[in-house]
Design a protein around this ligand. Structure first.
Ligand code: FAD
Length: 820
């Protein structure tokens, strides 16, 4: 009778145990689990804390008793394996309750001990309000704190899958959540522009997000709270902190076993999941796997692979039908509030890092027929090989239908399919389920067009970094769409006029064509090609991708909460009810500017004091509606997002058109100058106005931007030669500014700073910090940044990037407008 021992009683371990029993009814199967639970749903823990899963028992998929009675598997919970002794084919075990130690022999051993959350050695991280989430007891502790009702604010450290799931579930319990992430994006496995949609979802849900920042130390706060100090100098006070910064393999007990470990401590196995000892196998989060696309060893901690590896390991331990494990390519999915984020195979950044030749395309199709009610936009990025047309990877975000497309493409990658196969996939279609051309087909078509030379594309980041003077940016959307915003410097020639106005297209510059999502621009590209203009490219993903990816990604929480506060104040002041909502509009399915135009159309028909309730599936409507209402003198009573549908209630303002747009007592300052004295003057005025309770907007343009530059050089920005030279010649930050007069090679600046210090006048840097923290709306002019080659990453935190429209809107509420 064979005797199988298994270390670890959850995903990989229990899959193996039950498979072994099915393969061999007579075998002895013993599972050691150091915790009190086996086969529990760790993926469900965040949802139990969020109360979506209301009954704790539902997390316990199986019990030790059930394993014994149903499968005749002996499960020893509370028993930790402390050593593996290959020379005697046995393991050393400690019974945790009694501390009794014993040895148990095996014929075959499976190591499936998984991983544990990384706990950083940050000063103060032993504070009782700081938690990690991995096990049932972890979730019990966190849920108990939340249930007691004392958690009003939470800080989530790490914007990976578990961190974001927890942000959503804590938020669902009425808690204000801030997420801080060291990288420049959430979910680091996906590409930046896809993560930008996650950032937008967090903004819409009013969750704070700080990027490129980390906790440097914790300290005790008032009333049992914890204060997290960030490397940026920010401090967040929270009732609860969740550390979610990664996972490390549980291999400490293997010391001295002779088993080979990889560079990050994972167990090295062959394709049969066998360690260097052919009686010992390993599976799950604890092992190194081969990535099928790079052929390199990596570690991908996911439940699907762990379960499948458990089954394969059991087959190989039993030996009758040996099976190889062919690698993990990281197919994963997560729900981030209402947004679904899915990925499979190689991302663009993965291809870059591994030197895999690749091309990409981004499309924004509807998840089913656009004319059928409820159609929602998704964003699908396909990564493919220009060498053999193979599909390499995909990422998708959206409110519906993401899972299905990612699974289809994952299957295509597994089957070594090409983009031509994607174009041909015959999918099940009826309007409520898909379109006659499914998004997967559409991605295949778009990739075929690129590979067949029918269109050339440029990605948003290449455009962002390009020398714009060498480009002709051509926006082929309708004038109404163009009026809602475009890429700075773009010229609008709608597709319908392009043939007649072909002479307006310059021949001496590369033409970058774009529309909202790329489809109309593709048609325009064909028109250019037919007219002999071949020096062009189509912006992949269109204006939508460019806009989302180049927007300010972090700290939007402050701006959004301000916006919402503004709305709430109005709501309480007016004590309005829904009874005077006279029109309900469903603008779902309409693309920008459709929802705003529908809103205007309906608002024109109602009387002051009455309201329109409007729903739109365009996520941009979340910011468009308040902007439109503010600039037209109407009032946002309420705005919310649910499952990707923005719902706004807009009340018609006074009888006179746009009354709120007339001058108030706000102050606006255009800071054009980059001189030290003039910059000091602008901040003195701004902080003075702030102290008087005025709302202040400072719009930094051209040389003024230098005051907002970070003092240190920011690497990895891939600038053109001209941009790099510009950046090198201009002062980097407020400390490098020169006086407009009597600068005397910098001596004047030093003198004025000395005088200010002696007279107890705050330094320029202190004034800037006071302005940012006091709520001055500091806007860096996008257009000037583009012209001068300055990137968002080079500017200080706490500011916004905006166009002239942001400034003009602010100036309409201002009684004092300075140009410095
Ligand atoms: P585990 O499931 O971690 O099991 C290992 C077990 O071994 C543990 O119970 C541990 O106590 C025990 N053990 C360790 N050392 C010893 C020892 N020396 N002696 C005895 N017992 C020992 N993955 C997804 O694919 N999708 C998701 O949505 C998802 N969500 C997640 C959410 C959360 C909150 C967490 C924590 C994980 C999530 N995962 C998700 C990851 C997924 O749960 C893991 O990849 C999977 O559980 C790994 O299985 P495993 O068997 O290798 O390890």
């Amino acid at each position: 009778m064979a005797k199988y021992l298994i270390v670890g009683g959850v995903a990989a371990g229990m899959s193996a145990a039950t498979r072994l029993r099915r393969l061999d009814e007579s075998a002895e199967v013993v599972v050691f689990e150091r915790g009190d639970y086996v086969s529990y749903a760790n993926c469900g823990l965040p949802y139990y804390i969020g109360d979506t899963i209301t009954e704790r028992e539902r997390l316990l998929v199986q019990t030790p008793e059930a394993f014994r009675s149903l499968f005749n598997v002996e499960v020893r919970t509370g028993n930790e394996v402390t050593a593996v002794l290959p020379e005697s084919n046995s393991v050393r075990v400690r019974e945790l309750k009694s501390s009794r130690e014993y040895e148990e022999s095996y014929d075959k051993l499976l190591l499936a001990p998984g991983g544990s959350p990384v706990k950083p050695s940050i000063l103060g991280s032993d504070h009782p309000a700081i938690h990690t989430l991995w096990t049932i007891p972890d979730s019990d502790r966190i849920r108990a704190m939340v249930d007691e009702g004392n958690v009003k604010t939470a800080l989530v450290v790490g914007a990976g899958f578990i961190g974001l799931e927890m942000a959503e579930n804590l938020h669902a319990r009425g808690i204000s959540v801030v997420v801080v992430e060291m990288a420049k994006q959430a979910m680091n496995v996906i590409d930046f522009e896809m993560a930008a949609m996650v950032h937008r979802e967090l903004r819409m849900q009013k969750v704070g997000l700080y990027l490129e920042d980390g906790v440097s130390r914790f300290e005790n706060g008032p009333d049992g709270r914890v204060v997290a100090h960030m490397t940026s100098g920010r401090a967040v006070t929270a009732d609860l902190v969740l550390l979610s910064i990664g996972v490390k393999p549980n291999t400490g007990f293997l010391a001295g076993s002779g088993l080979e470990l990889g560079p990050r401590g994972h167990i090295v196995v062959d394709e049969y999941l066998r360690t260097v000892d052919d009686r010992i196998f390993a599976a799950g989060d604890v092992i190194e796997v081969t990535h099928p696309l790079s052929k390199e060893k990596t570690a991908i901690p996911l439940a699907g692979p762990a379960n499948k590896q458990g089954r394969i390991a059991a087959d190989n331990m039993h030996g009758q039908t040996p099976r190889s494990y062919n690698g993990t390519m990281g197919t994963a999915i997560a729900k981030v509030f209402d947004l679904t984020v899915g990925m499979t195979g190689a991302s663009e950044k993965f291809c870059k890092a591994k030197n895999i030749p690749y091309d990409t395309v981004i499309i924004h199709p509807n998840h089913f027929a656009g004319y059928y009610p409820g159609a929602m936009k998704m964003c699908l990025k396909l990564v493919f090989s220009p060498e053999n047309r193979r599909v390499l990877g995909a990422q998708a975000t959206g409110y519906e239908g993401v899972d299905k497309r990612i699974d289809v493409i994952a299957t295509a990658i597994k089957g070594n399919m090409t983009v031509d196969d994607l174009a041909e996939i015959e999918h099940a279609y009826a309007p409520p389920y898909s379109s006659a051309k499914d998004p997967v087909n559409m991605a295949g078509f778009a990739a075929q067009n690129i590979l067949d030379g029918l269109v050339r594309t440029m990605t948003w980041d290449r455009l962002h970094e390009a020398d714009k003077s060498e480009l002709f940016l051509l926006d082929v959307r309708t004038p109404a769409e163009f009026a809602t915003g475009s890429i700075p410097g773009a010229v609008n020639i709608p597709l319908a006029e392009l043939r007649e106005r072909i002479a307006d297209i310059p021949k001496d510059r590369k033409v970058v064509l774009f529309c909202k999502v790329g489809l109309i621009a593709y048609n325009a590209a064909r028109v250019l090609e037919a007219n002999g203009i071949t020096n062009y490219c189509n912006l992949s993903g269109g204006y939508e991708t460019w806009q989302i990816a180049t927007a300010a990604q972090e700290s939007a929480w402050e701006a959004e909460s301000f916006q919402i506060r503004e709305g709430t104040e109005m709501l309480t002041a007016e004590v309005k009810t829904d009874s005077d909502i006279v029109i309900e509009v469903n603008a779902c399915g309409l693309q920008c500017p459709g929802p705003v135009m529908r809103l205007k159309q309906e608002m024109d028909t109602i009387a002051p004091g009455e309201a329109v309730s409007i729903k739109a599936s365009d996520p941009g409507f979340f910011s468009d509606a308040p902007s439109w209402a503010r600039s037209t003198g109407n009032i946002v009573r309420d705005i919310s997002v649910e499952k990707g549908i923005v719902k706004a209630v807009i009340e018609k303002g006074g009888a006179a058109p746009a009354p709120a747009a007339s001058a108030g007592n706000d102050k606006t300052i255009i800071v054009f100058s980059g001189d030290l004295d003039k910059t000091i003057a602008s901040f003195i005025i701004a902080n003075g106005a702030l102290a008087m309770g005025r709302k202040v907007t400072m719009f930094f343009t051209f040389w003024g931007l230098n005051a907002l530059r970070k003092p240190e050089k920011v690497g990895g920005l891939r600038k053109s030669l001209v941009e790099a030279a510009f950046g090198w010649m201009m002062p980097r930050g407020s400390r490098k500014l020169a006086l407009s007069k009597m600068n005397m090679g910098g001596l004047g600046g030093i003198m004025i700073r000395g005088i200010m210090k002696n007279k107890n006048v705050p330094s320029l840097e202190e004034m800037i910090t006071a302005a940012v923290s006091g709520g001055v709306n500091i806007v860096a002019c996008q257009m000037s940044m583009d012209l001068m080659g300055i990137r968002r990453e080079e500017l200080i935190d706490g500011i916004q990037i905006g166009g002239v429209a942001s400034y003009l809107e602010a100036s309409e509420h201002s009684d004092n407008n300075l140009f410095i």
